[in-house]
Write a protein that binds this ligand. Structure first.
Ligand code: GLP
Length: 241
């Protein structure tokens, strides 16, 4: 893992955007892995700016979302499909048909998870995966105890994650209990992983996954075994290292 400590979100956004821009220039039909949450927003803002001002081209790119809530109707403000559209893909010239999300409303969720993996495989896999990290060390929605080899599947959120995410809903009762998430094995297949963590509330999780043992109790620790993982953190998130 390559750990880069920067002064703030703007610098983090710029560095991650540099990696994505370099990839798109080398491979215009690159496959991007997108994460939700507040951590990647400076990256999306910077990419949208580069598209607007410098014509950074996403017309041949593909994108796969990491995860989705189960049971939020299409168009729900907090469904991750909507969040990704609103926060990023609507602001660049990526073809909406090339933006994929797990289907949290499928009648047969396991079959939909398998189909999602198949679509990813058919496009050659993810070139660059953006990640945030939960306060419990989750990536995607791979909560503590997730198999390090797991693939896209249904997971149950722990209470802390529902509390962390309640800020996006009217109240905690509206936060779904179940989600569909790419597995740790799926995320490990990405050729380059860029994880972003900012703020003191992430310091413990950052210490656990960077300096702790590789263990399912801290899902992000699996990235210690990734051949190309870049960890972009601010000084507050680095404060327990
Ligand atoms: C959610 C998402 C994760 C994200 C995490 C952290 O649980 N499923 O992908 O990394 O939130 O969010 P934030 O970046 O807002 O702290």
């Amino acid at each position: 893992m390559e750990i880069v400590i920067l002064t703030g979100s703007k610098q983090i956004g710029a560095l991650a955007a540099d990696a994505i821009e370099a990839l798109l220039r080398r491979k215009p039909n690159a496959v991007l892995g997108l994460a939700t949450g507040s951590s990647p927003l400076p990256v999306y803002d910077e990419l949208a700016r580069r598209h607007r001002e410098n014509g950074l081209d996403f017309s041949q790119a593909h994108a796969f979302a990491l995860d989705e809530y189960v049971g939020l109707e299409p168009g729900h403000h907090e469904s991750y499909r909507e969040v990704i559209r609103r926060e990023f893909t609507d602001k660049v010239n990526i073809d909406p048909a090339n933006v994929h999300s797990p289907d949290g409303m499928a009648a047969d969720l396991p079959a939909a998870c398998e189909a999602y993996e198949e679509t990813m495989r058919a496009l050659g896999g993810v070139d660059l995966q953006i990640l945030g990290v939960g306060t419990d060390g989750h990536i995607g929605f791979n909560e503590p105890g997730s198999s390090l080899a797991s693939r896209t599947r249904i997971k149950t959120l722990i209470e802390q994650t529902r509390k962390d995410n309640a800020r996006f809903f009217k109240n905690i009762d509206e936060v779904p209990h179940h989600v569909v998430t790419q597995g740790l094995g799926t995320i490990m297949d990405a050729r380059h992983v860029v994880l972003i963590a900012t703020g003191a509330q992430k310091a413990q999780a950052v210490r656990d996954f960077v300096e702790g043992p590789v263990a399912a109790i801290c899902a992000a620790s699996v990235l210690q075994m990734h051949q190309h993982a870049t960890i972009l953190i601010d000084e507050a998130a680095a404060s327990s290292l």
